[in-house]
Write a protein that binds this ligand. Sequence first.
Ligand code: G3P
Length: 217
Amino acid sequence: MKFFLDTAEIDDIRELAATGLVDGVTTNPSLILKSGRDYFEVTKEICDLIPGPVSAEVAATDYEGMVAEAAKIYDIAENICLKVPLTIDGLRACKHFSDQGRMVNVTLCFSAAQALLAAKAGASFISPFVGRLDDIGFDGMQLIEDIRMIFDNYEFGTEILVASTRHPIHIIDSARIGADVVTLPPKVLRQLFNHPLTASGLAAFVADWEKTGQSIV
Ligand code: G3P
């Protein structure tokens, strides 16, 4: 399973990329706003830090506008993945660019029917938002199971990119189901490393090692 970071914060990306565990990055207009950075500048910096796919979202909501913006967005770097919303215009743009062999991530997916349409439009990634479904009382992970089954039935190449993840359980459930990618806020990736027994076990080993009075190097 691939790990993408769901952020436009360069410091977090740099720090977590050093673990060697980050395969890509996803951004959206809200994350760009939160970063306080210029869209093109920050996206370029992210692309330089992470060799894997970096999703950058269109702002336009009409097909012609998306196509015009895509020309500039794809120009940012080789590893740009254009992010379009799951609308008729967004899927038209997805088909247009996937036919040219470009990477497209279809975002704001909340149903299996929408995921099926994105796969038929040749999306490289479909982004179902599990946390936002949970927020309104639906089972976000059930959607991932449904999409996995549908994509496997027809051998669609579209990768399931689980988005709007809020906690480690979303990540483990995604792995159990066999999702291709999870995009994690930096906080959730850091949480994955932690276990209280690791912390207490390490403290005990460090204390006992000091008592031996030995040194390895
Ligand atoms: O990248 C989009 C998605 O991950 C948004 O997450 O927490 O705003 O629902 P959230």
